[in-house]
Design a protein around this ligand. Sequence first.
Ligand code: SAH
Ligand code: SF4
Length: 346
Amino acid sequence: MNTSSEQIDLKNLTPSELAHFISSFGKERYRTPQILRWLYQHGVHSIDEMTNLSKQFRQDLRKVGFISALCPLHVEEAKDGTKKFLFQLQDGNRIESVLIPEKKRLTLCLSTQVGCTLGCRFCLTGKMGWERDLTTSEILNQILAVRETLTDKISITNIVLMGMGEPLANYRNTIKAIELMTHPDAFKFSSRRVTLSTAGLLPELEQLGKENISFRLAISLNASNEEARSQLMPINRRYPLKKVLEACRHFPLRPRTRITFEYVLVEGVNDSSQDARRLLRILRGIPSKINLIPLNEASGIPLKRPLEEKVTAFQEILMKGGLTAIVRASKGTEISAACGQLRGKR
Ligand code: SAH
Ligand code: SF4
């Protein structure tokens, strides 16, 4: 790729920014859907491949813009079929994406930052600290690069922003990426199949409800009271559980949609029957479902996963109380591809 710093990475532009960009050098705005399809549906690597644009236009476009790409440095596959992709970015930083095959779904878990500032006690990404935010194109290029490794018969069905980083701490670029994931001329994912997971950054969460984009919302709750949540997630001291739930209560959900609450079960910290009953109580009135994630243990993390009986007992209390509660089987643990195990290292 031969690019100068003034050149624009076309994948950093939303559809309306792209339309503006094109019209700024005298081209018709109706070219926008054509270019979007080349970028995200055909996944072209060069402007020259956009063969329904005139030669002259392509030449003009090449002078001011370029198409970025990511190429996996390493791919590891676990016995259960989960694949972990390691990418090296232009500046040498590394990120990971995880592809998770299930019965009827093929879910791709994307990173939004190199590292994370929030330092949750159970998470290896949190332990590595924060290097920088990903650009919109770096978020989207993870999808394109993984898609290129698949045969024609298989396609990615779901996207989850649950890899490295806190999506709402990289607010603008994440929103732009979601817009392109769900745009009919770009990736065309149904908004029900794109999930943003957040530790609950309050100002951004409130802003998020006002955006003109659509997706599923997941909140990393991880505890049923302030004390345990602050112990696991230092961000709870700034944005307490009570206020996060308040924001959820007011979040403008589309009809028949629910918020997913993720709850990492940690032995002796948040796994008692009292916790389960309290959880039922605090979620009352919020259309919710719960993903229970028994802690993925890791060296350097002084926390334990509860015994299976304890997990089942916890789940049963929630179900008896009328909540949908699913225990998330950890996929790809032996290649460190499970939740909270991504560090961008080989
Ligand atoms: N920063 C965002 C998204 C990335 S983390 C967030 O926190 O929501 C994605 C999910 O992985 C979160 O729900 C988090 O609680 C979970 N997770 C992190 N470390 C984990 C671990 N060691 N075991 C199980 N789940 C973990
Ligand atoms: Fe960051 Fe999410 Fe890990 Fe917490 S769980 S440190 S918010 S990536």
